[in-house]
Design a protein around this ligand. Structure first.
Ligand code: XMP
Length: 512
């Protein structure tokens, strides 16, 4: 395995992801717990992360000496490089300006880290983000790549198998970065690269058992992939110590609530409390048109209902959540300023403190595609695992203006037809998210011999890797007219269909 020492960079989890992609098991530990973890894990190599700190600060974090004494390979990234130099006898100085964003490095010399990847004389794009810089190398090191702003962009000590770089190989803006990390894990550390989701599953199950002991856990299901995967994994670990609560707000898509119930009760035999709270949610939404007000109401009501149920069940010390890594950090952008609230996302955030419960979050280090892989590993049906993301507030934020049972029903029908057409055309998996939006606009039409004055529907489909940015999906005109025709013919209440071509930014994926 590989031990990743976390010095607090926003992108440390990406290092773990890259190591996993190379088929090698890794664990991230905070720098102040690295000593113990190192002794326990007996890793075959260590990666030192970046950090917002400066090694020039007296009390900034350091690498446990045991790591350097062990003779194991070490890869230092950004702050990791600086702290290596600082502790091994080099010099780090305050950068007068710093270097942020895309840069190009020239390869000056070969080293084991570049094995089969980079050769002398080549130029490669990398992503820099640093203030301080190394100005003198520790004994044993030599520069192997340089950029205009960083003469020590990559440094190597092949004898000790120490490597360090000023840039971030873990981010996608360093196109060869994943290969560099794989090279470190496999070629330099000599790890086989045969680790898989099967092992992740086994490791997490052991971890959950240790964390929970013989206590009880409650898990809120949303109908989405994340909470379903978390629940099935936890159930595998602790069986009937887990109770799932499905707060059904009546704002789900067609057939979805039933699917959740039959998957859990039927397929997995996991205890499930199904709370039908449709009336409560819809009556509270009456008269509410402001998007944030809708979100706040739904979020708060969800928590109230969940809390009530948890109290009825009683005796649970732990709350399970399908939190993913992108929920942990809202944004992996490390050049931006403080983030602003675009939309208040509705999850069960705030619940644990209120209910005084401890959290079980087995998916915390995973990205969406990894959760899907884990779901497949756990035998979840494809229809669940491959499902497009669905927002917590559900259809309420796809009905601009006032939400009512009637409008939910109209939208559900139209949305189901649209998704059925997408599946039939074999396009479902090529799209990140596709859905219909019922607009608070009526238009005049003619059907048969009569005049109609009915609702307008917008169709939306986007491609995306993480939901942070997105492009409109380009359907064929023929496909879109087929959807429009079917929806208008089959859904009473809709007489016009439009397609939304907005990308994100400047749009968001959802309309509200
Ligand atoms: P936006 O609309 O902000 O959405 O571009 C980005 C992604 O997040 C989903 N989304 C939510 N997910 N709770 C969630 O769990 C929410 O409140 C929420 N709002 C938006 C959205 O569907 C898209 O995938």
């Amino acid at each position: 395995s590989i031990l990743i020492v976390d010095f607090g960079s926003q992108v440390t989890q990406l290092i773990a992801r890259r190591v996993r992609e190379a088929g090698v098991y890794s664990e991230i530990v905070p720098f102040n717990a690295a000593d113990d973890a190192f002794a326990r894990m007996k890793p075959r190599g260590v990666i030192l992360s970046g950090s917002p700190a400066s090694v020039l600060d007296e009390d900034s974090p350091r690498v446990p000496q045991a790591i350097f004494d062990s003779g194991l390979p070490v890869l230092g990234i950004c702050y990791g490089q600086q702290v290596m130099m600082h502790q091994l006898g080099g010099t780090v100085e305050l950068g007068d300006s710093g270097e942020f964003g895309r840069a190009f490095i020239e390869i000056d010399d070969r080293c084991e880290l570049f094995n089969g990847l980079w050769s002398e004389g080549e130029t490669h794009q990398v992503w820099m983000s640093h203030g301080d810089k190394v100005t003198a190398l520790a004994p044993g090191f030599r520069p192997v790549a340089a950029s205009a702003g960083a003469p020590f962009a990559v440094i190597a000590d092949d004898a000790r198998r120490y490597y360090a770089m000023q840039f971030h190989p873990e981010v996608v803006h360093t196109p060869d970065g994943a290969k560099l990390i794989a090279n470190f894990a496999r070629h330099v550390c000599g790890l086989k690269g045969d680790w898989s989701m099967a092992e992740f599953r086994a490791a997490k199950i052991a971890e959950i058992r240790e964390q929970v002991g013989d206590k009880r856990v409650i898990c809120g299901l949303s109908g989405g992939v994340d909470s379903a995967v978390a629940a099935v994994l936890i159930h595998e670990a602790i069986g009937h110590q887990l109770t799932c609560v499905f707060v059904d707000h009546g704002l789900m898509r067609s057939g979805e609530a039933d699917q959740v119930v039959s998957l859990f009760r039927g397929h997995y035999n996991i205890p499930l409390v199904h709370v039908n709270a449709e009336t409560l949610f819809l009556s509270g939404l009456a008269g509410v048109t402001d998007p944030e007000a809708k979100r706040k109401f739904i979020g708060k009501t969800f928590i109230d209902v969940f809390e009530d149920e948890a109290r009825k069940i009683g005796g649970a010390e732990f709350l399970a959540q399908g939190t993913l890594y992108p929920d942990v950090i809202e944004s992996v952008s490390f050049t931006g300023g403080p983030s602003v609230t675009i939309k208040s996302h509705h999850n069960v955030g705030g619940l644990p403190e209120r209910m005084n419960m401890k959290l079980v979050e087995p998916l915390r280090e995973l990205f969406k595609d990894e959760v899907r892989a884990l779901g497949r590993e756990l035998g979840l049906p494809d229809i669940f695992v491959g499902r497009h993301p669905f927002p917590g507030p559900g259809l309420a934020i796809r009905i601009p203006g006032e939400v009512s049972k009637d409008r939910c029903d109209i939208l559900r029908k139209a949305d189901a037809i649209y998704l059925e057409e997408i599946r039939n055309a074999g396009l479902y998996d090529a799209i990140w998210q596709a859905f219909a939006v019922l607009l608070p606009v009526r238009s005049v039409g003619v059907m048969g011999d009569g005049r109609t004055y009915d609702n307008v529907l917008a169709l939306r489909a986007v491609t995306s890797v993480d939901g942070m940015t997105a492009d409109a999906y380009h359907f064929s005109g023929e496909f879109l007219s087929r959807c429009a025709t079917r929806i208008i013919n089959e859904v009473k209440g809709i007489n016009r269909v439009t397609y939304d071509y907005t990308s994100k930014p400047p749009g968001t994926i959802e309309w509200e």
